[in-house]
Ligand binder design. Sequence first.
Ligand SMILES: Cc1ncc(COP(=O)(O)O)c(C=O)c1O
Length: 404
Amino acid sequence: MPDPRPLDPATLHPETLAIRTQAAVSGFREHAVPLYLTSSFRFDDAEHARALFAEEVEGQVYSRYANPNTDELVDKLCLLEGGEDGIVTASGMSAVFTAIAALVKAGDHVVSSRALFGSTHQLFTKVFPRWGVASTYVDGADTAAWAAAITPATRLLYVESPSNPGLELADLAALGALAAARGIPLLVDNCFATPVVQRPIPLGASLVIHSATKYIDGQGRVLGGAIIGRRDLVAECRFLARHSGPALSAFNAWLLSKSLETLPVRMERHCANALALARHFEGHPALEAVRYPFLPSHPQEALARRQMAMGGGIVTLTVRGGMAGARHVVDHVRLLSLSANLGDTRTILTHPASTTHSKLSPSERAAVGIGDGLLRLSVGLEHVDDLIADLDGALAGVPRDGGA
Ligand SMILES: Cc1ncc(COP(=O)(O)O)c(C=O)c1O
């Protein structure tokens, strides 16, 4: 049914469009999009089936390829990120894997920032080398090092900014310019920032990757991933995903799409709480360091304020006494959740050295600033005073002499 009150999308903000984008409305005129729990879609006749498979006409075929719920999520993410096209996948890691695997072949080379999520590091060091794809790690902040690491075999630049968990930043505009000058795609894992905080595509990224499991869901319920960006590169990712099958379930897409509508307001509160908490704990006698992109003590604060609208929802605390100090805090918080996830409404405390980044060797961890005393705090939406009180209580018992 044609919209009786058509509106020019060019007059609206991306947040509004993302809220107002809807895949389909049935004869019931439902206000929220229905959940399309169907593995396949019917053809009208033999010719329609042939034409769909030949990609001569548009239409749904099979939910491993797409589904109205996944299409809606892609449309919203493209609006928020400023991307031409996208696909969604079953998890953030399947998005990371698909995006890289779709663009490389044996003999190729990747340049990546060293500070990466643990599983992405495993892909670069253990999985892709088996298939003859080499990678070189560089300091993400050092744009000259990126340029120097590019070889004739380099097929993509890969960066996580801010990095998990060290909150290291890369200058996305400078990397975008480098990538454009060398004709190499720049892939950015934008999971920590979300498009509300940072939009890498207008800065020159070719593809943005998400773990939708984090802030996009925002409520710790489902896994999901996304690849958004340049149409030709997304086509390569779509081809690999169609035939290797990391499809996002319709149910998860339905949830994630609805969650996106509240992402801007949730991010505002995550970021405000995180900034307040970081300011409160900076200089605490039980802490060696507090790191947050919008604190003046962050070595890249100026860059953070240039390319991020807010500081993000993650704060790291380095507790005195290394492993023993960090474990003391983990074992003495009462409100905070102990979990490996992040981006939830509930504040989560994680000890990366013994959990998310435990597969890295101690020297690999040291190289990306993950000491034994480092705690990652995914600041939630609770009242910030309650979060501060809980952490204050746990920190009060940390031995000041660094002992256990
Ligand atoms: C920065 C980053 N990228 C990718 C992933 C992987 O996402 P998922 O757990 O949804 O596979 C994570 C998960 O923590 C992450 O933090």
